[in-house]
Design a protein around this ligand. Sequence first.
Ligand SMILES: [Zn+2]
Length: 427
Amino acid sequence: MRRRAYEAEIAAWERAAVPLVAALNAIKGEQSMLARRRGWASPLDAALFENNIDRQTLDALMAAVHDAFPEFRRYLKARARALGLPVLAWYDLDAPLGESKRVWSFAEARQFIVEQFGAYSSRLGGLAERAFRERWIDAEPRPGKIGVNYGFHLRDDESRILVHYRPNFYAVNVLAHELGHAYHNLNLARRTPLQRRAPGTLAETASTFCQTLVSQAGMQQADAHEQIVLLDASLQMAALLVVTTTTLFLFEKAFYEKRQHGELSLETSKQMMLEAQRQAYGNVLDPSALHPYAFMGMSPLYSHSYWNFQYSFGLLFALGLYGCYRNGASDFQARYDEMLSATGMEAPADLAARFGIDIRCPSFWRSGLDVIRADIERFESAVAQQQIAETGHRCPAQKAGASNGLDDKGVNQVGRVPDTGWGRRDI
Ligand SMILES: [Zn+2]
């Protein structure tokens, strides 16, 4: 079923590929020319300015992300073992690993979130309690309701939240994420409208932080089977925000560089997408089931210049701050609130410096990735335990590592591209 859906998708992209690559050539050509006329050395420099970060920060982030690729490959190999597959195909990346048995009613979600937020600080707990009490949240799924999760500022310190609540823990995480946006808005309330405009790099800080508070607490309470499902959901999101977005960054960078010398053919574009995927995924995905058209459905590619690294930045910045909190940084809550209130006024590097963090140094980004790495280890261990419970022994693939017969360096393998990444994103 998954393979048939994937093949149908590939066939559909093939039919639309020529006009889409022509459009991309035109758009990227125009963006390059505008950046040049405005005095930028490259479109990337212009995008960094818009996001209020410098090249050194981006290089540090990218260095840490590239170093973490082998960890994400370990996760994907464990995922293949959990699915009983020798190797994952592109269309297995989102395959469900089972259903969580626990039912999370909306009332339980409310209680759990208020409790976890309250354990962090009474101010955050109070915000969540108020959002539920004053009915800021449109939670029920119903026909005709737009299919996104969204938290937005309404007036003063008030926000409104749109979600599609289902009785599972993923939905609890989404709710926590959107309440995080409301908390960001609460902290921005005393600023002027212009001072409230945070760059893309900082827009997801509070939301990711709040989501992490809830997801980590939920996992601690879960039994072995539920842990696999919850960890997998969390790691899928991390892989999407860190690995997938980086393949798109690499693709866009290569596209701009070649575009300076003329228009790119469809074939060249496909090969560049595959090359970016090879760098990120190595050999963990089946080279015969790849997705060279993955860039085509990414709408930000046609409207923005480099709307991709912000997701890795946002996730890892929030996780790095979460690490500071867990390590007992003094007076963290008050300093964090103050930082959120200044996200539209100061550069991320200056805001981070308030916590003694140097975002120009890869070690900070690695500390955020450490949170994900710990989840990968727990996931591997939970999958192994489940296999022992089911079969009495470990899957041979576990002992042998990759066991897919491919070159471990992945040099000549064809990578693969996520297809519907942005569609699943919460905003
Ligand atoms: Zn968000």
